[in-house]
Design a binder for this molecule. Structure first.
Ligand code: ATR
Length: 286
């Protein structure tokens, strides 16, 4: 469908941005719902990001997704932040409306959506183990507390960062604790890798391994989840699939984090469907 003068425009800002799957994802929904809209890649250098965010609303853009290296700058430039952005200190979505710049972190909704699709509606009474303590881990831990996980263990190469993360998210009802190599954890129901270990293009050298821990995970009922989707089945997922765990790849988080952004800019809550997943997997084969 060609655009009219009324077309709603949004995009993704990154440097570089050529690898982003977001134009393909939002473009799919724009075509699916036959919208008079466009979603464009915007390669913006770090030093140009603040002036661009000041100008883009004046050019009529509805908002932006924000990827590396702009997430902290986006947080600082937002005139208001949603609860998930405040809790994680990161913004991946900007909405321009009436002179305001609303910053959201939709990764938290992305994790919850991914878990729902896997059949996990609540984690009440369950124990989760999170590998990693970076920006992505914050969104994951917040999502796990929202699903009421009883116990959240955090294991990270740099122990002090695991401790900081545990402190940040310790709330009544969910015990969040940093654990170190060799710790005996007892039963764990959900394992989530949030690190870049196993991602295509990352160093797979001798340091690229996750902290070794001792725990029991029930074959057939425990889940292993990776938020990495390149490759779709990471070494972390293969290992746990072979041990009989249910596995969930990171594509679901990518698809679900886009839902609230699309709704805010284009006014329709889009559906995450098997056909959309297949469309995105096509691009991952390149
Ligand atoms: P993101 O925003 O994607 O979470 P990040 O904030 O840079 O990115 O965090 C990357 C995470 O992957 C961190 O937990 C990091 O561990 P450190 O805190 O010790 O740096 C983890 N990570 C990255 N490369 C790793 C490797 N080779 N081995 C183990 N952990 C690694």
């Amino acid at each position: 469908m060609s655009l009219t003068g009324q077309a709603k425009i949004a995009g993704v800002a990154g440097w570089p941005v050529g690898h982003s799957l977001s134009p393909r994802l939002h473009g799919y929904w724009i075509a699916e719902y036959k919208l008079d809209a466009a979603y464009i890649p915007l390669p913006i250098r770090p030093e140009d990001f603040a002036p661009a965010v000041a100008l883009l609303p004046k050019l009529g853009l509805r908002g932006l997704n924000v990827t590396i290296p702009h997430k902290e700058a986006a947080f600082a430039l937002a005139t208001e932040q949603d609860e998930a952005a405040k809790a994680t200190g990161a913004v991946n979505t900007l909405i321009f409306e009436d002179g305001r710049i609303v910053g959201k972190n939709t990764d938290v909704a992305g994790v919850i959506g991914m878990l729902h699709d896997a059949g996990i509606a609540t984690l009440a009474g369950k124990h989760a183990l999170v590998y990693g303590a970076g920006g992505a881990a914050r969104a994951v831990v917040l999502a796990l507390t929202k699903l009421q996980a009883a116990q959240i263990f955090i294991a990270n190469r740099t122990q002090s960062k695991a401790q900081d993360l545990a402190k940040r998210f310790s709330i009544p009802g969910s015990a969040v604790v940093a654990v170190s190599e060799g710790t005996e954890l007892g039963n764990v129901d959900v394992l989530i890798n949030t690190t870049s270990v196993g991602m295509i293009g990352k160093d797979a050298g001798e340091n690229a391994s996750l902290p070794a821990l001792r725990f029991d995970a029930q074959p057939g009922s425990a889940y292993a989840i990776d938020i990495v989707y390149r490759p779709l089945e990471t070494p972390f997922l293969s290992k746990h699939r072979k041990a009989g765990l249910k596995i969930v790849d990171g594509l679901g988080m990518l698809l679900h984090q886009a839902v609230p952004a699309f709704k805010a800019w284009f006014g329709i809550e889009p559906k995450v469907t098997p056909a959309l997943r297949a469309h995105m997997i096509e691009a991952l084969k390149d």
